[in-house]
Design a protein around this ligand. Structure first.
Ligand SMILES: *Cc1c(COP(=O)(O)O)cnc(C)c1O
Length: 396
């Protein structure tokens, strides 16, 4: 079971059994002892943050088999920094003037690739131009948009339809001198999927640190080539330093990057996030399957409790983005019953949150990533109790 955290209790908060997975609204996933140890070790001393980014980035790039990596405060921040870099590059005037220096600049996106996280793109000051329909986009529709106003093409994996592949997008954009930004927040790891994005021609790839890598949920990675990653730093680091005294990097020998306060200044990353991210990736790469048995047993325990309720249809499924198994619980009462159960789980003891992404079709999903040992049973038992209690009414 998750620990009964005294600090939260003292504040009058009830802790939550997290059957949603890596949800920002619940504070992310539990961190492993190794990740937590790295985070607390990192804050014991100061370092130059530009050198820490360079050194950690080089190690992350080696571990992941990609050209270069920059640690951000999440995939959303990575997208903003990526687009800021596509718009303003390394030019101090343009960097300083963002988002206004992005006026008239556009990012092209397939209609089927739109996402709530598009705010991270438009925050830079660009406008989004949609091409195609929900189920299809054709190559000429991209080719005809690629003029000087285009700062980047945004691409997202795992969308269904007759859509433009990353390879096609990269070929067309590349021949027009336009960079391709990929939002793989939820889709990497697996590491080979990330490497495929690089070989298909992605220039900058945003990844969430707190999703399947199980790093700090206020961390993320931006992968790209060394020049692009160096430019990203100019938009991000608080380098209000003096050229007379700030020495070249002891890691790369590079002259100091004197980005001052770019658009990314509000997305700063702590030593502990960088160290935690590095530890999480190391742990993942060393043993990519280390969580599989835990996930399987929590879901099996949950399913076993639900066999008490013959009216439910319980199916083992998979979240292909996160690459984890899930349990799908179909409710005979459809969406109204799903919504009622979600509310009762939240109001009950322990307080439980499940994934309600499919509640609109009467299905509640159990994602095991945030469950502590034994909590699969607790979730299954609570749902069974609610289903079997004759009285489904809510509240006093
Ligand atoms: C989760 C997610 C993000 C944001 O990731 P953070 O690390 O939480 O900032 C961006 N894009 C997509 C598609 C996501 O699923």
């Amino acid at each position: 079971m998750g620990e009964d955290v005294g600090m939260y209790h003292d504040l009058g908060l009830r802790s939550i059994v997290n059957a949603v997975g890596p949800a920002t609204r619940l504070g992310g996933l539990p961190l492993s002892a190794t990740v937590l140890a790295a985070m607390s070790e990192a804050v014991a001393a100061n370092v130059r943050m530009d050198e820490l980014e360079e050194a950690a980035g080089a190690e992350l790039a080696r571990l992941l088999g990609v050209p270069a990596v920059y640690v951000t405060s999440g995939a959303s921040a990575a997208l903003t920094l990526a687009v800021a870099t596509c718009v303003a590059g390394t030019r101090p005037g343009a960097i300083e003037a963002l988002p206004f220096s992005a006026a008239g600049r556009r990012v092209i996106v397939q209609h089927a690739h739109r996402d709530p996280y598009d705010h991270a793109i438009t925050a830079v000051g660009v406008t989004l131009t949609e091409i195609g329909y929900p189920g299809s986009t054709y190559p000429d529709e991209l080719a005809r948009e690629l003029d000087d106003s285009v700062a980047a093409v945004l691409w997202r994996p795992g969308r269904e339809g007759e859509l433009l592949s990353l390879r096609t997008v990269a070929e067309l954009a590349g021949s027009a001198g336009v960079l391709v930004v990929v939002d793989a927040a939820m889709d990497a790891p697996p590491v080979d999927r990330l490497q495929q994005l690089v070989s298909d021609g992605a220039d900058l790839i945003a990844i969430s640190g707190g999703k399947a890598f199980r790093g700090p949920h206020t961390a993320g990675l931006l992968c790209g080539n060394a020049d692009l990653v160096a430019a990203v730093a100019l938009h991000h680091q608080d380098m209000d330093i003096r050229a007379q005294t700030w020495q070249p990097s002891e890691i790369t020998g590079a002259q100091p990057l004197r980005g001052r306060h770019g658009l990314g200044r509000g997305m700063k990353v702590g030593r502990e996030q960088i160290a935690g991210m590095l530890a999480a990736v190391r742990e993942f790469v060393t043993e990519p399957t280390r969580w599989d048995a835990h996930y399987a047993s929590e879901l099996a325990d949950c399913a076993a409790k639900l066999t008490q309720c013959p009216t439910l249809s319980v199916a083992h499924g998979r979240n292909d983005h996160l690459n984890v198994p899930v349990l799908e619980i179909g409710l005979p009462g459809g969406p109204p019953e799903a919504d009622r159960i979600v509310r009762l789980l939240d109001a009950g003891e322990p307080r439980i949150h499940v994934d309600e992404g499919a509640a609109w079709r009467g299905v509640l999903t159990i994602n095991p990533m945030g469950l502590h040992p034994g909590e699969g049973t607790v979730v299954g038992q609570r749902i069974a109790e609610i289903i079997m209690s004759a009285d489904h009414t809510e509240g006093p």
